[in-house]
Design a protein around this ligand. Structure first.
Ligand code: GDP
Ligand code: MG
Length: 297
């Protein structure tokens, strides 16, 4: 039986969401990409196993929304919970349940989905201090399970995974395996830029072009992603074509890329593009590798 499903992760900033994901999926595969059809949730990583596929989704915004007292935003965030098969609510073992945690728990009241409480960072506290914490949490919400873990050391993460497999329904493989092992956000961004170069230029240009994304950084405070990309061509003449009259072509490539990225990633994009010449890169194996083209042996 193949099981699959979406697992939403909720919790205040810094409770260890990314660390947990990295532990489960491993950095190589812990690629985050955004589901194009939703702007609020983003896929943090996908676990592919023989018994199934687990899609981990970041469900942000809930406590921020509460802070802004924006009930519409809260409703929207809670609405996304309903798309999940299981929710993981992460808190920190060394800090007592705070107002924010209570607000999150409150917003989980009506979703009718299993919610697992993860008490993370247990490596920072003495074992005997965790029991009263569990007791307190039990009064807060009817959690399906409460699991003390350490995302950093990996303690009890296996137990969490066992619980997830138990709770997930039989289902399809939502995403092809290669998709998330091979293509990172950078790769997807580069592909969008490359496509625009292809569409907007002609003749030898498309084949002489490689696009790399050197920087892809999300802003913690503002919903904007800063992307820096480089278009590599073989000759100065090609560079001239890409840049265009007074930079008009590069500007057009940039604008069209940005618009598509904003749709795809569901957030504002700040895009910087550079053009450089690397003589004969298309014939140089090492350079091809550098530029992300894998040569099949
Ligand atoms: P996020 O904002 O929820 O994604 O939190 P991060 O995963 O970025 O973690 C925030 C900080 O907490 C980082 O410095 C992590 O190294 C640390 N951290 C996460 N999990 C643990 C844990 O189990 N034990 C300890 N000691 N630190 C942790
Ligand atoms: Mg994080």
């Amino acid at each position: 039986m193949f099981k699959s499903g979406f697992v939403g992760i909720v919790g205040k900033p810094n409770v260890g969401k990314s660390t947990l994901l990295n532990h489960i999926i491993g950095e190589k595969v812990a690629i985050t990409t955004h589901k194009p059809q939703t702007t609020r949730n983003k896929i943090m990583g996908i676990m592919n196993a023989e018994r199934g596929q687990i899609v981990f989704v970041d469900t942000p915004g809930i406590h921020k929304a509460k802070k802004l007292l924006n009930t519409f935003m809260v409703k929207a965030a809670v609405g996304t919970f309903a798309d999940m098969d299981v929710l993981l609510f992460i808190v920190e073992a060394h800090s007592p349940l705070k107002e924010d945690d209570r607000l999150i728990a409150e917003s989980l009241q009506d979703i009718q989905r299993p919610v697992i409480l993860l008490i993370n960072k247990t490596d920072l506290v003495e074992k005997r201090k965790i029991l009263p914490f569990i007791d307190e949490a039990q009064h807060l919400f009817p959690f399906t399970e409460i699991i003390p873990i350490s995302a950093l050391t990996g303690q009890n993460v296996d137990r969490l995974l066992e619980s997830l497999w138990d709770l997930l329904p039989e289902g399809p493989q939502y995403f092809p395996e290669e998709m998330f092992t091979d293509s990172s956000e950078r790769f997807l961004a580069a592909e969008i830029i490359r496509e625009k170069v292809m569409m907007l230029t002609h003749e030898e240009i498309p084949y002489a072009t490689a696009v790399t994304v050197e920087s892809f950084s999300e802003n913690e405070r503002k919903p904007v992603i800063h992307i820096r990309g480089t278009i590599t061509v073989e000759k100065n003449s090609q560079k001239g074509i890409i840049i265009g009259k007074k930079g008009s072509m590069l500007k057009e490539i940039g604008t069209q890329s940005r618009v598509e990225m904003e749709q795809f990633f569901g957030t504002k994009i700040f895009l910087e593009l550079f053009v450089r010449v690397r003589k004969d890169w298309t014939r140089d194996e090492r350079m091809l590798n550098e530029l992300g083209y894998r040569i099949k042996k």
